[in-house]
Ligand binder design. Structure first.
Ligand code: FCB
Length: 427
C-alpha cells in the first residue's frame, strides 16, 4: 500500500553549490555580505564544509551511498579572480574533481552560476549592469572549453528569481537593493545571459566533438494559492505574485518571450532555450497581500516553510504545459535540523512525482551534506549527511540511509516505508 517503484529511466542524485560547501574563498560577494554582519548565526561561507580540500572524502561517501548523479557548481571568483584573468590551477582543480566523479560512475550536472559573484563583478553592478552579459559569457565559455569533454549537462544560472528578488527587491541579500526597476533589469539581463549561454554551450561542445549536450537553468517554482479562495484581493495578489516571481520569467527563459517582469532585449528571441526543465521546488506560498505566507495549520519545516508534496507535481505540470520537455527536479529538500521528518518528506515528494505520469527523469536532493545556508548560515540543516562544522566530521543521517536504500531498491518498499517514514510533521 505504501510501496512504489521508480520509473525505469528515473534516477536519484544529490545537489550542492560551490559557495555553500567549498570554504576557503574570500573573493566573492557572499563572503563580503557575511563580513558585513548579515548572517543570522554570525557564520560565513569561509568555513562551510571545507569541500574544496575534502572533495575526495565526499566523493567516497557518495559512492558508499550508491549515488550516481551529482549536481554541483564551480566558484566563479576562484576561476576568474580578476576580470579577464583566469586561474589555471582552479580550473585544474575542478577538472581533477570531475574526472574522479566520472571515474567513480557519478554523472555530473554542472551549475555555472549559483548566487555568488566575484568581488570585481559585484563592484561593477553585477547583473544590473548591461555589460554582465559579455562578462558572464566569457567566464561560462572558459568553463565549458575546459570541462566540456567531461560534462554534457549544464545549468546556466541557478534561480534568477530568488537571486533578483532577494538582492534587488527585498534587499536582504547582496547587494541589498530595494527596487522593482532593478529587479526587472536583473531578470532581463539574466534571461539574455541564459539564452546566449544556451547557444554558446551547444556550439562549444559541438566544436569539441560532442552532440549529447543538455542545457537548462534552475527554475525555482512555488505553488501560489490565495489565502481565501473567494477574496478578490487575495486572488489578484496571488495572480500578480505568481507572474512577477515565476510565470513571466519561465516564459522568457524557456521560450524567449519578453513577458512581465522581463523587459524586451535584443538577445531575448523566440525559441526553445532549454533541453529539459530544471525545477527547484520546496514549498507553497499562501497569498493575502504582497508578501507571501503559510496556510494556517499546514505542516511546516524548521524554517516555517509549508510542506506540500503534491506541489512538486503541480509545478512540473505547469512547466510541461509551457513546453513538453523532460523534467529534472534539480533541487528538493527540507530544513529538518534533527532529521526527524526528512524521510517522510522525501517519500511523499518522490511518490507524488512517480505517480504523476509526467516524464520526470531525475531527482536531485538538496542537499548532500549540511552546508552554509545563505542568510541562515550554518544553523539550517538540509543535508542527507550531517556535518560537524568544528571537526568537519561527516555522518550519514537516517535520511541518508533511507535515500541510499531507495536508490538500491529503485523505489520504496513496504519495509523501507515502515522502517523510515512513519514520523509526524510539526505544524
Ligand atoms: C534554494 C537554493 C539553494 C539552497 C536551497 C535551500 O533556493 O538554490 O542554494 O539554499 O534553496
Amino acid at each position: 500500500m505504501f510501496a512504489f517503484s521508480f520509473p525505469e529511466d528515473f534516477a536519484l542524485g544529490v545537489a550542492s553549490a560551490a559557495t555553500q560547501i567549498e570554504g576557503g574563498d574570500t573573493n566573492n560577494s557572499w563572503y563580503d555580505w557575511a563580513c558585513a554582519g548579515h548572517i543570522k548565526d554570525g557564520s560565513s561561507p569561509l568555513r562551510a564544509d571545507d569541500h574544496y580540500r575534502r572533495w575526495q572524502e565526499d566523493l567516497a561517501l557518495m559512492e558508499e551511498m550508491g549515488i550516481r548523479h551529482s549536481r554541483f557548481g564551480v566558484e566563479w571568483s576562484r576561476i576568474e579572480p580578476e576580470s579577464g584573468k583566469f586561474d589555471r590551477e582552479a580550473l585544474a582543480h575542478y577538472r581533477r574533481e570531475i574526472q574522479a566523479m566520472v571515474d567513480a560512475g557519478v554523472r555530473p550536472l554542472l551549475t555555472i552560476h549559483h548566487f555568488t559573484n566575484p568581488r570585481w563583478f559585484e563592484e561593477l553592478g553585477a547583473f544590473e549592469n548591461p555589460d554582465c552579459i559579455g562578462l558572464y559569457l566569457r567566464f561560462a565559455e572558459v568553463v565549458v572549453r575546459e570541462l566540456g569533454d567531461l560534462v554534457s549537462e549544464y545549468i546556466t544560472i541557478n534561480e534568477p528569481n530568488v537571486y533578483a528578488l532577494n538582492g534587488y527587491y527585498g534587499g536582504g541579500w547582496p547587494p541589498g537593493k530595494k527596487s522593482m526597476e532593478s529587479y526587472r533589469r536583473v531578470l532581463t539581463h539574466m534571461t539574455a545571459c541564459h539564452i546566449s549561454a544556451y547557444q554558446m554551450i551547444h556550439r562549444v561542445r559541438r566544436e569539441l566533438g560532442f552532440s549529447d549536450t543538455k542545457v537548462s537553468f534552475a527554475n525555482h517554482l512555488r505553488v501560489f494559492q490565495p489565502l481565501q479562495k473567494r477574496n478578490p484581493v487575495h486572488r489578484l495578489c496571488c495572480t500578480f505574485s505568481e507572474k512577477a516571481f515565476q510565470g513571466g520569467l519561465s516564459r522568457a527563459m524557456c521560450l524567449g518571450e519578453a513577458a512581465f517582469p522581463v523587459y524586451r532585449h535584443p538577445l531575448i528571441r523566440p525559441g526553445v532555450w532549454c533541453d529539459f526543465h530544471a525545477i527547484n521546488y520546496y514549498t507553497r506560498s499562501t497569498v493575502s497581500g504582497l508578501r507571501d505566507g503559510t496556510a494556517p495549520g499546514a505542516p511546516v519545516n524548521d524554517l516555517g516553510w509549508e510542506i506540500y508534496p503534491q506541489g512538486i507535481v503541480e509545478v512540473c505540470r505547469m512547466l510541461y504545459d509551457l513546453a513538453p520537455l523532460p523534467l529534472y527536479i534539480t533541487e528538493n529538500g527540507t530544513c529538518d535540523n534533527q532529521d526527524t521528518f526528512r524521510c517522510r518528506y522525501l517519500y511523499e515528494h518522490l511518490k507524488a512525482l512517480c505517480s504523476s505520469g509526467l516524464p520526470v527523469k531525475r531527482y536531485y536532493h538538496w542537499c548532500f551534506c549540511d552546508n552554509f545556508e545563505w542568510l541562515e548560515g550554518e544553523s539550517a540543516r538540509f543535508g542527507l549527511v550531517h556535518v560537524d562544522y568544528e571537526t568537519q566530521q561527516r555522518t550519514i543521517k537516517k535520511s541518508g540511509r533511507f535515500f541510499a536504500a531507495a536508490i538500491a531498491a529503485h523505489g520504496v518498499t513496504e519495509e523501507l516505508h515502515e522502517q523510515y517514514c512513519r514520523c509526524a510533521y510539526r505544524r
